[in-house]
Write a protein that binds this ligand. Structure first.
Ligand code: NAI
Ligand SMILES: O=C(O)C1=NCCCC1
Length: 320
């Protein structure tokens, strides 16, 4: 009997199935552990180079390559992610991603899965961890700037895992914010300006495709926590200098932030700590101060999310 080509033996897990297998309650503890392992800089825990990028100039985007190896956990993966800063008329998504999971011993492909939900959920999961560690106790008001894919996953993660009395959203196009409100299950207030959305907010999530600052320090309540998720290129901004200089700045990866974050590079501020340093008890969480978590996204987050999907997929397929 002829053996199947190895590629065809790999599990193929499409978007809807990934969505049905991934849940914040299981994902977030694994992300937290992975962030700690990454920051230990122990090569048997995590090897994850800063993502390499290939510009797709004609299409106003880039391809990011995000390999990761977790030797102790036996997880080897790479994500291929294309990001596009599309014009208003486009119906195509801004992020298109695929995650490959390999057997580290043989190098054979174990699974190829859609990376859209993984990207949305692991990013929101990392931001939720930042808020849990860095927001003031008793935080009541959440503001989300931007109302696309990441806004939705952040809304879901933050309302499922934390409790807020009020959620406000702002989008540069009001119809986007109104559509967002119709798509979520809980109450949300649409705000007409960024200032209106963030005044008095305890936690602010920035998930826009802006290349210029949208959030100004003078509007931010002292002691607020900002999870800054957009502006992933060295010359793009979401936050202004006054906010960056006022805040204690945390990042997922110090090297990633120094290579890719316009908010860090152009404001000239230091990254105080990685989230993993706080998780490992190496650096303090300044809950009473204004804090920024600068998120760029890491391969290790994709690796643990994809591994979780694969474990669940196997359990379902083989009725374990
Ligand atoms: N840190 C991380 O791990 C990740 C970060 N991202 C970043 O998150 C951001 C949002 O991604 P998605 O939600 O997938 O994109 P999306 O295209 O679904 O949503 C983007 C939102 O930004 C708004 N927007 C577009 N241009 C704007 C402008 N000039 N000023 C203000 N708002 C504007 C859009 O109306 C929309 O509400 C992007 O910047 C992306 O690079 C995405 C994935 C992972
Ligand atoms: O980590 C990721 O995945 C991404 N980060 C920045 C924007 C593209 C996707």
């Amino acid at each position: 009997k002829k053996a199947l080509p190895r590629l065809l033996n790999a599990a193929q897990i499409p978007l809807r199935e990934v969505e049905s297998l991934l849940h914040y309650k299981e994902l977030i503890p694994r992300l937290e552990e992975a962030l700690g392992k990454f920051s230990s800089r122990d090569s048997v825990e995590v090897i994850q180079p800063v993502r390499s990028t290939v510009p797709l100039q004609k299409h106003n985007g880039f391809l990011g390559l995000m390999p990761t190896y977790m030797e102790n956990d036996g997880v080897l993966s790479t994500k291929l992610v294309c990001f596009y800063n599309r014009g208003a008329g486009s119906t195509l998504p801004s992020v298109s991603a695929t995650v490959l999971l390999l057997d580290p011993e043989s190098g054979h492909m174990k699974a190829v899965m859609d990376g859209e939900a993984i990207t949305s959920m692991r990013t929101a999961g990392a931001s939720e961890i930042s808020a849990k560690l860095l927001m003031r106790p008793g935080a009541e008001v959440l503001a989300i700037l931007g109302t696309g894919q990441q806004a939705l996953s952040h809304y879901n993660a933050f309302t499922e895992m934390l409790s807020f009395k009020e959620v406000r959203v702002w989008n540069h196009r009001r119809e986007g914010a109104e559509k967002f409100c119709r798509s979520v299950s809980g109450p949300v207030t649409v705000c007409g300006s960024v200032e209106e959305a963030v005044r008095g907010a305890d936690v602010i999530v920035t998930v826009t495709r802006s290349t210029e600052p949208v959030l100004c320090g003078r509007w931010v309540k002292p002691g607020a926590h900002v999870a800054a998720v957009g502006a992933c290129r060295p010359d793009w901004r979401e936050l202004d200098d006054s906010l960056m200089k006022e805040a204690v700045v945390y990042a997922d990866s110090r090297e990633g932030a120094m290579a890719e974050s316009g908010d860090v590079i152009l404001s000239g501020v230091e990254v105080f700590a990685e989230l993993g340093d706080v998780i490992n008890g190496i650096k303090p969480a300044y809950r009473e101060k204004t804090t920024v978590f600068k998120s760029l996204g890491m391969g290790v987050e994709d690796a643990v999310a994809a591994n979780l999907v694969y474990e669940q997929w196997k359990a379902k397929a083989y009725k374990l």
